[in-house]
Design a protein around this ligand. Structure first.
Ligand code: ZN
Length: 138
């Protein structure tokens, strides 16, 4: 069995952002040389997500509005977590959007559905953060 590991770094200019990382994951897969197996992509931080959905800007605005309804960023004082920090909302948003995705690798390609794209979801950005890509197979 072959195994491949890479860390991807992000530093978003905004507190919240969605980045399509599908091309980067495809590049990792090509580097790995793995033709059949599984790819795991996970945020290495507890205020960011990796998830699969549509690359459609209206939907990304909808995510933003929906998550702000569920866990509004402000006022910061509404959260017990916010003493030395102001990112309680980011922890909650990440919990809803998920930590990781696992995708099948078939014939050297990501075996995704027709509209499935892999995203990095940032909820407490403007600092350097990482995503782990792990690919196993043969
Ligand atoms: Zn925190």
């Amino acid at each position: 069995m072959k195994s491949y590991r890479k860390e991807l770094w992000f530093n978003t200019p905004r507190r919240r952002d969605y980045i399509n990382i599908t091309p980067t994951v495809e590049q990792c897969l090509a580097e790995s040389g793995i033709r059949e197996g599984l790819v795991l992509v996970n945020a290495m931080h507890i205020t960011a997500s990796v998830f699969i959905n549509d690359d459609e800007s209206g939907l990304h605005h909808d995510f933003e509005a929906w998550l702000e309804k569920l866990a509004p960023e402000k006022p910061h004082s509404q959260y017990q977590h916010n003493g030395n920090e102001d990112n309680a909302d980011a922890h909650l948003k990440r919990q809803v959007m998920g930590r990781e995705v696992v995708a099948a690798v078939t014939d050297g390609k990501l075996d995704l559905g027709p509209w499935e794209q892999i995203f990095y979801g940032e909820f407490d950005g403007m600092r350097r953060k990482r995503v782990l890509v792990k690919i196993v197979g043969e």
